[in-house]
Design a protein around this ligand. Sequence first.
Ligand SMILES: CC(C)(COP(=O)(O)OP(=O)(O)OC[C@H]1O[C@@H](n2cnc3c(N)ncnc32)[C@H](O)[C@@H]1OP(=O)(O)O)[C@@H](O)C(=O)NCCC(=O)NCCS
Length: 223
Amino acid sequence: MPIAYKMILKEIEDFHSWEFKQSLNIYKSSFPSNETRPVEKVVKMLGEDKDYHLLTATDNNAVVGISLLYAFRSLHIGLLDYMAVHPKYQRRGIGKKLFGFTVQKLRSQIPLAIGLIMEIQKENVPEPYERVIRKDRIRFYRGLGAKLLDGVNYLLPSQNRGKPEEMYLMIVPLTEMHSIPKRSIIRFVDALYSTIYQYENKDLLNAVFHDLPTTIIVRDMVI
Ligand SMILES: CC(C)(COP(=O)(O)OP(=O)(O)OC[C@H]1O[C@@H](n2cnc3c(N)ncnc32)[C@H](O)[C@@H]1OP(=O)(O)O)[C@@H](O)C(=O)NCCC(=O)NCCS
């Protein structure tokens, strides 16, 4: 007989709750610390910025998945800052449901949102195992409708004073979209750097700007 399975999707607003504690554990355990922002910064931002949201999937009193959404209201766009499902619960459709819930939340915050963007690690790393993980992650997002912002050489500010990392910028369009003008991309990237990373030096923004085509094509990712 199948096990009774009741998954609840909700936003966490009580930062003293057990759900919040478990969410932070998922955040801390699913990526190496040099690839994520320190958890203290995330907690501070959740407390101070109403446009930053923590969403969870809970199963039988355990948080099994989280997503972090930032709603850039004036830009009509959202950032999927982070998403993870507990390893024991992966490949059961939880990530897909949580992603749908995140998009729903974005639409409720910004009714005319044009899309949800995400920073995705490139797959071109030497270690075969890591390469497979990265390719699978891209496939996961592609399956959810994410497209590549072609020609954007996005640079992620380093978390440990190292070199910035070259990443893909992807978008799940929420309106019909074939291309985006350069100036819009620069506004998004500027907002990401200043709001999410508090990175005020303009060197990375200038480097991204320098490489950008005038029009950025939104296209299917081939991998
Ligand atoms: C990426 C992640 C969130 C996916 O969550 P999940 O609950 O396992 O995904 P789902 O079960 O909802 O899968 C949805 C679809 O993606 C596919 N998919 C999920 N993981 C996949 C993988 N590793 N390889 C290939 N396809 C995958 C599923 O087959 C499914 O497709 P279907 O609807 O056609 O059946 C999860 O693997 C994870 O937490 N990984 C570690 C952290 C991470 O990489 N986060 C993302 C970057 S912020």
